[in-house]
Design a protein around this ligand. Structure first.
Ligand code: NAD
Length: 311
């Protein structure tokens, strides 16, 4: 669902521009997302436990010294942190959001975390009268910079409608998928499909290369057919160039598949293909590829067949 209503954006934008947004987590994704909000005219307060705030403050944001201080100054709080424990710490930990948050505030967690933790954090905030959405993203750093992320949201529709104009400054697709936790369930589904797709592409291209067929020709021949995919279009050129610069790091995909396996097992859902690709990622991590792009999954298959898929 593409949400860019031509007429209503300016009207909603003028109402919401009065509100102050707190942005926590200025990493690979959060930094360009925060900058897009500043460029759109929002007033921002920013905090990161480890990363510098300088360039975002230079653009006009106010720096805070803790999650608590930021919360006290913000009407809407966005978090973009690595994983569940970081979100739990930022919200519920010492000097956390819960200690400073206004009861009228809305917290939007855009990190990719375990759905059960989204529900826990949402319940802790609700006990203080604070609304919560889980709103993870897909698209990686280039789309964070362009403001064209796909954003999948869990929570109450009225709360979603209130923050949608803000999310539209960071993403070109903003979709409410269900109650709190549903955003991260959707993100887990996304991450399973991406990981398995890269593994399938890797296995197939290693076979074709070992059989003596030029992998570039294989790509050209099949990308427009049923096997073609956004993943294939993004990752095969990287594999052919031997370019494994992230992008999306293998260690982050391990985190996401672990959350997928934990969630699936809690629900009594076996996910054998995900478990298999998880072991591939673990092997790659052991061989020093944790910080490589996830397209380096091909290296696992290349080692097995003793051949490289390159131009
Ligand atoms: P990152 O590690 O680059 O950034 C996270 C930031 O959070 C860091 O700057 C860190 O200092 C800060 N932080 C950690 N704990 C904190 C705390 N308690 N309080 C305040 N700040 C804290 O990670 P990223 O690549 O920006 O990813 C963020 C989230 O987005 C992850 O859940 C990731 O899976 C997801 N994601 C990443 C990509 C990608 O391509 N990198 C794509 C889609 C989704």
């Amino acid at each position: 669902m593409l949400i860019k209503p031509a007429q209503s954006v300016d009207i909603i934008f003028k109402e919401d521009i009065m509100e102050k947004i707190g942005f926590i987590g200025l990493g690979i994704m959060g930094r360009p997302m925060a900058k897009n909000l500043i460029k759109a005219g929002y007033k921002l307060v920013v905090y990161d436990k480890f990363a510098k705030l300088d360039d975002v403050v230079a653009l006009g944001a106010e720096g805070a010294d803790s999650n608590k201080e930021l919360a006290g100054k913000s009407d809407i709080i966005i978090t973009m942190l690595p994983n569940s424990p970081h979100v739990q710490e930022a919200v519920c930990g010492a000097d956390g959001i819960l200690e400073g948050v206004k009861s009228s505030a809305i917290v939007v967690d855009m990190s990719s975390i375990a759905p059960a933790v989204s529900q826990e954090v949402g319940a802790a905030l609700k006990a203080k009268g604070v609304a919560f959405l889980d709103a993870p993203v897909s698209g990686g750093e280039p789309k964070a910079i362009d403001g064209t992320l796909a954003i999948m949201v869990g929570g109450d529709r009225a709360v979603f409608d209130k923050v949608k104009p803000i999310l539209e400054k960071m993403g070109s697709s903003v979709t409410l998928v269900g109650d709190i936790g549903s955003g991260n369930v959707t993100k887990l589904a996304n991450q399973i499909i991406v990981a398995l797709n890269i593994a399938a592409v890797s296995e197939a291209f290693v076979l074709a290369t070992k059989a003596g067929v030029d992998p570039q020709s294989v790509f050209d021949a099949i990308k427009g057919g049923l096997a073609g995919s956004t993943v294939m279009n993004a990752k095969v050129p990287m594999i052919l160039d031997g370019n494994f610069k992230p992008g999306f790091r293998i260690e982050l995909h391990i985190k996401d598949l672990q959350n997928a396996l934990d969630t699936a097992h809690t629900l009594g859902v076996p996910i054998p293909l995900t478990a298999s690709v998880m072991e591939t990622l673990q092997a790659l991590k052991n061989h020093g590829y944790a910080a490589h792009d996830h397209s380096a999954i091909v290296k696992f298959y290349e080692k097995l067949a003793q051949i490289e898929v390159r131009k």
